[in-house]
Structures are given as structure tokens and as C-alpha cells.
Design a protein around this ligand. Structure first.
Ligand code: PLP
Length: 384
């Protein structure tokens, strides 16, 4: 069909929307001012771009402009939320709760906290990838400062019940952080409705540029996180360093587009996802969809093809860009901690494949991919 490879790795990163690039370009050329320069028009011009971007980001999640700070990405946002809040709450509170299936930057931040003497509870998930809300309630103690539960899982697309989690945290007076890198701009998320205190965003997961993210910090949250490094005191003292107006305006434009196109995108992605899922489930034997069928973002399909190793499958699917799981862990030979937490054994994990569908995916691509996967899986099965 196509000579161009088909991109189906939208959880690793999304293409930059051309509308976003258009907004960014002037800030990479003529509008080069430092947004923190207050004495001249070059600074003001850059600052105006950053201000608008901030408004566009908060509008997408129902926050106010002074409630977000720009960061370098969701990794940094998660580090500030977890470590910054843990440090700020110490010594009165020294306990943090998270989930076994979180992104590695959340889990590694928790490991670092443990090394500094904090205690961390890692909630397990059921075979669908969902936490048990009673377990969460039971884990909260008077020493707990923070609960961190991701919105949409990057490997299996499972969506936790943020509303119920937010209610539990609010009732217990514990801060609620969510890593929403895979959710912002894809599904409606309102920090007020969901009682979220801290929320992490990544630009390059919602058709914006790489190297930018944001952290929402509820104004009324006490204490606020402490900064992780020192400097000029930008971003309300929480994140020093000169902002990049090009990256900020890119993230802002990506959020604005996502707000306007969210329903349309969701319908498009759900349609393609259903089509591909049905084709694969009916075209291949002994295949399972990993994670809850109902509580999931449809743009993420994670399958286990019995007896077909995914590394072999991926190399046979030459014109399709796919991945077995998190991009940041592909160099490590360790099996996915997410699939392990679902109860899959090593053999099943080695036969698992993630398919990411997004805004730019076409019907023709999905038809091609369905046909290719079914043909190659069945060929490899015969050889097995
Ligand atoms: C991509 C991703 C991150 C890391 O975001 P960066 O902006 O690349 O640092 C964190 N959490 C989740 C769930 C992600 O998908």
C-alpha cells in the first residue's frame, strides 16, 4: 500500500500538529526576547506569548492561570509533584501512596524518596489493571501526604477512576496527584470535578513539541511542593530557569486545539480502534486484549498473541512503527512491570504488543495494519 511507514506508536510520542508549528515559528525567529525581561518590547512580546499559552493550558483542565507552572515535560512535573510535596510535608508526614503500574519516572521518584527515608505504598492492580479503592482507603494514614495515581496508563491504556480517587483523597485530607501525560487533551479532565490537586502534562503526548510540560498545582493546596532546584525564582519560585516561548506557545496551541477537537478526535480514534480490535480478535486465535475493556482510552490497544514473540512480529511488520511498551524502557531487557502487575507470565509478556492510534491515523492505514498483523501472526504461529 504505502511506502511511508505507518506510525502506530502514539503513546511514545505524537507527531507535531502543523497548526502548532505555525504558532511556534515566530518565537524561534523574530520574537526572540526573554519572556522574563521586563524593560523592553522584546521581553513583553515573548511574555505575551507565554501568558496566552498559560491560559490555553489551564482552560483545557479547568484551572486558573496562576495554578500551572511550565516544566521540561511530564518527567519533571512528576518529580516536582512527588518529591517536592513529600519534602514540603516532612516531618509531619512521611508517607506516599502510588500504584505498581505507574510510569517509571513516578516509580523511580518514589524509590528515591524511600532512599531518603520516606515510606511508600505501591498499590497493586487487578487483572484488568485497576486499583481497588478499598485498598487505597486502607493505605491512607495520618502520615500520608500524597496519593499519586496516573489517569491513563501508557502501556495498556487503562483509565483509573479518578473521580472516586479524588473523593477519597479529599475526604481524608490527602493531596491527590495524577500523571495525566496520556490523558490530557484526549479525554475530558477537569481538576475541579475530579478534586485533583496536582496534575502532570507532557507536550509531546498531545501533538505539541518535546521538551515542554506543565504541572498544575491547586492554589489552595497546603503545603505547596518545594522547588527541586534553585535559581531566579521563575514560575512562582517553583521552577527556576528561562522559559522557552516557542515551546510554551507550542504547548498552549496544542492544548487549545485539543480542547476544540477533543470530541472529534475521540470519535475518530474510537472508530479506528474498534475496527482494528474486531479484525484482530476475529482474524487470530488465542489472542487477548490486556487491561480493562471498558475503562480504557481506545487509542491504546495492548494484545498478547499466544506463541508469537512480539520482537519477531515487530521485525516482520517492517512498514509499521510499533512497540512492545514504554519507550524509555526498551533498552532494558526486563519484562514490562505493567504487564507483570496484571499477572502475565514472562512468556505472555514476550508475546505482547502495544498499538497506538491517534489524530493522524487513517482508515486506510488501519485496514492495512489489520491485514498485515493477521497474516504475519498466523504465519508465525504455523512456524512455532
Ligand atoms: C511520556 C510519559 C511521561 C514522560 O513525559 P516526558 O514529557 O517525556 O518527560 C510520563 N508519564 C507518562 C504516563 C507518559 O506517557
Amino acid at each position: 500500500m504505502t511506502k511511508q511507514p505507518v506510525y502506530l506508536d502514539y503513546q511514545a510520542t505524537t507527531p507535531l500538529d502543523p497548526r502548532v508549528l505555525e504558532v511556534m515559528m515566530p518565537y524561534l525567529t523574530d520574537k526572540f526576547g526573554n519572556p522574563h525581561s521586563v524593560n523592553h518590547t522584546f521581553g513583553w512580546e515573548a511574555e505575551a506569548g507565554v501568558d496566552l499559552a498559560r491560559k490555553q493550558v489551564v482552560d483545557l483542565i479547568g484551572a486558573a492561570s496562576d495554578e500551572i507552572i511550565f516544566t521540561s515535560g511530564a518527567t519533571e512535573s512528576n518529580n516536582i509533584a512527588l518529591k517536592g510535596l513529600a519534602y514540603a510535608s516532612y516531618p509531619e508526614k512521611n508517607h506516599v501512596i502510588t500504584v505498581a503500574t505507574e510510569h517509571s519516572c513516578v516509580l523511580q521518584s518514589c524509590r528515591a524518596l524511600e532512599k531518603s527515608g520516606f515510606s511508600v505504598t505501591y498499590l497493586s492492580v487487578d487483572e484488568k489493571g485497576l486499583i481497588n479503592l478499598n485498598d487505597l482507603e486502607d493505605a491512607i494514614t495520618p502520615k500520608t501526604s500524597l496519593v499519586s495515581v496516573m489517569a491513563v496508563n501508557n502501556e495498556i491504556g487503562v483509565q483509573q477512576d479518578l473521580k472516586k480517587i479524588g473523593e477519597i483523597c479529599a475526604a481524608k485530607g490527602v493531596a491527590f496527584h495524577t500523571d495525566a501525560a496520556q490523558a490530557v487533551g484526549k479525554i475530558p479532565l477537569n481538576v475541579g470535578d475530579l478534586k485533583i490537586d496536582l496534575l502532570s502534562i507532557s507536550g509531546h503526548k498531545l501533538y505539541g513539541p518535546k521538551g515542554i510540560g506543565a504541572l498544575y498545582v491547586r492554589e489552595s493546596l497546603t503545603p505547596h511542593p518545594l522547588p527541586l532546584f534553585d535559581g531566579g525564582g521563575q514560575e512562582r519560585g517553583l521552577r527556576s530557569g528561562t522559559l522557552s516561548p516557542a515551546l510554551c506557545t507550542g504547548l498552549g496551541a496544542a492544548c487549545e486545539i485539543a480542547r476544540q477537537d477533543m470530541e472529534k478526535d475521540f470519535e475518530h480514534i474510537s472508530g479506528l480502534s474498534d475496527k482494528l480490535k474486531q479484525a484482530i480478535l476475529s482474524g487470530v486465535e488465542n489472542v487477548r486484549l490486556n487491561g480493562s475493556e471498558t475503562h480504557r482510552f481506545p487509542g491504546n490497544l495492548n494484545f498478547t498473541f499466544e506463541d508469537v514473540r512480539s520482537d519477531q512480529l515487530i521485525s516482520e511488520l517492517r512498514h509499521i512503527a510499533l512497540s512492545t511498551g514504554a519507550a524509555c524502557s526498551t533498552e532494558k531487557p526486563t519484562p514490562s512491570h505493567v504487564l507483570t502487575a496484571l499477572g502475565l507470565n514472562r512468556r505472555q509478556i514476550d508475546c505482547s504488543l502495544r498499538i497506538g492510534i491517534g489524530r493522524m491515523t487513517s482508515v486506510a492505514e488501519i485496514d492495512y495494519v489489520a491485514d498485515q498483523i493477521i497474516t504475519i501472526v498466523n504465519t508465525l504461529k504455523q512456524q512455532a
